[in-house]
Ligand binder design. Structure first.
Ligand code: PMP
Length: 389
């Protein structure tokens, strides 16, 4: 009998898009979902993706089932992209990769793996973090607690709090870390801070569990955005790394990603849905495997990352010019990636939506990828009004 079924938690971000669609005002702006838009605020399919899809069609690839762990050429390409093709873990064949249903599905595979093989282990997540991290661990029945991360006083990293909480966790915990472009804060540790984070994680025998959803999208460089992960790998630590191609290759709905780790991680593959879909995997494998297409991808990624940096700068300029209160807005320029954490509280975020038709999550996060240069001034007016009223 189904009476006892309770409602699943709503997706914290997709609900914002529903409210946006229902708003009929012309000024409306959707800064909720982290999806890249053009300056005209239209969705964007990368040119290199269209090109490679045409090539795939011409070649007449078949639709046979993949192995449960996914497309071999994809798994090889994605691990090399993450760790570097010349990394010892790749050269010595120590890495296992399982193709997953984008970042979320790959995190979910890893959570099931933790629950199955480490039933007593605890996970640690940053406060705040991407809303689905909690949903995923709850769904997989992995116990978790939070470590301090965001300091509202500085709109920066609470580094001492973070280190203290990671130290205080039981030995052998899984510490979830955002590889680059922390969501929702946009605040990343410096390279020196990463070294210290690695020190405590190593001391405590914890297992770093990286979520990398923005490789190449944060700095514009795939290697630079993987540097945090590589630092831990170089120390010979056991590691889990989830990857997503939603943002950097714009493959949101193709659901292509992976979970990587030492060999035993191949046991993360699952009879739940058996083998994963092939289309996105082929796109990634073909783009990364061809030097010309690979460099075309990197160029487009830099264009996207560059456009986001451009609106970040313009928003900052407008806020600084227009806000007569003397508030220091420079934290916006220190943040990295697709998002800006504005520091607006829930009531102020409600004002953004109710009065200004700006749709955003209630934690004060805005997606700069959904903002155009033309809308920066309007957004600055909305933010200033919401802050000071
Ligand atoms: N982790 C984080 C931190 C994210 O921001 C995202 C994208 N919103 C993901 C994982 C995964 O998204 P997807 O399942 O679309 O790859």
């Amino acid at each position: 009998r189904f009476e006892g079924v309770t409602m699943a938690p709503p997706d914290p971000i997709l609900g914002v898009s529903d409210a946006f669609r229902a708003d009929t005002n012309d000024l409306k702006l959707n800064l909720g979902v982290g999806a890249y838009r053009t300056e005209e605020l239209q969705p964007y399919v990368l040119k290199v993706v269209k090109k490679v899809e045409n090539l795939m069609l011409e070649k007449g690839d078949n639709k046979e089932y993949l192995p449960i762990e996914g497309l071999a050429a994809f798994n090889k390409a994605t691990a090399e992209l993450m760790f570097g093709a010349d990394s010892p873990v790749i050269r010595e064949g120590r890495v296992a990769t399982v193709q997953g249903l984008s970042g979320t599905g790959s995190l979910r595979l890893a959570a099931a793996f933790i629950q199955r093989y480490f039933p007593d282990a605890k996970a640690l997540i940053s406060s705040p973090t991407w809303g689905n991290h909690k949903n995923i661990f709850n769904d997989a029945r992995v116990f978790f607690s939070e470590y301090r991360y965001y300091d509202p006083k500085t709109v920066g990293l609470d580094f001492d709090g973070m280190i203290a909480d990671i130290k205080a966790a039981p030995d052998g915990s899984f510490v979830l870390l955002h590889g680059c472009a922390h969501n929702p804060t946009g605040i990343d540790p410096t390279p020196e801070q990463w070294e210290k984070i690695a020190d405590v994680i190593q001391e405590k025998n914890h297992i770093p569990f990286f979520d990398v959803a923005y490789q190449g999208f944060a700095s514009g460089s795939l290697d630079e955005d993987a540097s945090s992960v590589r630092l831990f790998v170089e120390r010979g630590m056991e590691i889990l790394v989830a990857q997503s191609y939603s943002k950097n290759l714009g493959l949101y709905a193709e659901r292509i990603g992976a979970i990587n780790g030492e060999k035993p991680v191949e046991e993360a593959r699952t009879p739940m849905y058996s083998n994963p879909p092939v289309h996105g995997a082929r796109i990634v494998a073909n783009v990364v495997g061809d030097p010309t297409l690979f460099s075309e991808w990197k160029e487009e990624m830099q264009l996207m990352a560059g456009r986001i940096k451009g609106v970040r700068q313009k928003l900052f300029d407008n806020l600084s010019e227009k806000d007569k209160s003397g508030k220091d807005w420079s934290f916006i320029l220190r943040q990295i990636g697709m998002f800006s954490y504005t520091g607006l509280n829930k009531a102020q975020s409600d004002n953004m939506t109710n009065k200004w038709h700006v749709y955003m999550t209630k934690d004060g996060r805005i997606s700069l990828a959904g903002l155009s240069l033309a809308k920066c001034e309007y957004l600055a007016d909305a933010i200033i009004d919401s802050f000071h009223n």
